[in-house]
Ligand binder design. Structure first.
Ligand code: ZN
Ligand code: MN
Length: 139
């Protein structure tokens, strides 16, 4: 696991005045360590044995803190629960339509495509999101 990334995330929170608590640290470290893009509920279930007094609301509040600090990306899917990604580097996702698994996929950011979208619509494009749907190797 990337200890450096975790340490620099802890430092970044400290720099913006966010106090580290054992629960906060556990949530952050879990997110930076997993490749599973968990929901808040999944994080809660994972850490609940370690922190029996922790609530799902605590997990949500912390995820919001991390998101606002730019340490975590929230992936929204309409009505279903958001998933959280501890990898904020540019990357894309392959999503299994059978089991819901999300796998990272590295590719050079498609800056040309943003430029093209901008030219053809007059929008000022800030970002884009690209996902691939299909079935994973296990399904
Ligand atoms: Zn699958
Ligand atoms: Mn990802």
């Amino acid at each position: 696991m990337s200890t450096d990334r975790l340490e620099s995330a802890v430092q970044k929170l400290k720099d913006i005045g966010i106090r580290m608590t054992p629960q906060r640290y556990a949530i952050l470290s879990f997110l930076m360590d997993t490749l599973s893009h968990p929901t808040a509920d999944e994080i809660y279930k994972e850490l609940e044995p370690q922190f029996p007094s922790m609530s799902v609301a605590t997990v949500y509040n912390n995820l919001k803190v991390f998101k606002d600090a730019g340490l975590v990306r929230e992936l929204t899917y309409g009505d279903s629960s958001s998933r959280f990604d501890g990898n904020t580097e540019d990357h894309y996702h392959c999503i299994c339509t059978s089991c819901g698994k999300i796998v990272d996929f590295d590719y050079e950011p498609l800056a040309d495509l943003e430029k093209e979208a901008q030219l053809s619509t007059g929008f000022t494009i800030a970002t884009h999101r690209l996902e691939f749907y299909g079935t994973c190797g296990a399904c």
